[in-house]
Design a protein around this ligand. Sequence first.
Ligand code: IPD
Ligand code: CA
Ligand code: CA
Length: 263
Amino acid sequence: MQGSANLNLMIKAARRAGKSLVKDFREVENLQVSTKGPGDFVTKADREAERLIKEELMGARPTYGWLGEETGGEDGADPTRRWIVDPLDGTTNFLHGMPHWAISIALEHKGQITSAVVYDPAKDEMFWAEKGAGAWLNDNRRLRVSGRRSMSEAVFATGVPFGAKKTLPAMLADLARLMPACAGVRRWGAASLDLAYVAAGRYDGYWERELQPWDIAAGLLLVKEAGGMVAPLREDDDILGKGAILCANDPLFEGFAKVIRNT
Ligand code: IPD
Ligand code: CA
Ligand code: CA
């Protein structure tokens, strides 16, 4: 499947940052046993990855706007287009030497995500999607959400808030309602990959609160283009603005949403 010029540019940027992060990840694995730990090193790796992506994307499309986790937002001469980038999603996994992290790049046009890349360099899995052209894994695998229809067979992903986040009680209440009704809940620590895995039919659904636009912008297009349903956690909220998301395959969506929304 052939992508647009912008998509090819996003893939090139993701591969470039991926190479740099993989090199740093090997070093992080070695640093686990040191007493100082890899903290500062990871912060540098993260910033360097964003620098490489920005150089690639803004170098080729200097009029577009920018929103990156490390460098913040910038308006472009073209107010209709914006890159939304998380250079390293799953930082805690990366920091602990666990190979489950990704680079997330989305292109927004007139408020809608039109192209998306989520790249997992450790497994060399390039998930990508374009509005109206489907979701894909690497060069030629078309992605479809799972076909499971029964909640009791479904596996869901989520993120459990850490640190000072306010939504921990709500999350624990969600788990108490959902866990008896399904086959399992996973918390792997990289929101962009949680969404990519829903698109690939690995998870049957996903929900989380208190996310940032760069965590989910690319992943939500992957799920939509793989035929999944994506909605704000509370009906009528703006997903990217509020950062609370709920998604699943079509047959499971209603039942899953009922449990999570507690309606
Ligand atoms: C985090 C991951 C995690 C989610 C957190 C995010 P980061 O992003 O996506 O899965 O639960 O809310 O902040 O910090 O690793 O880029
Ligand atoms: Ca993130
Ligand atoms: Ca990040």
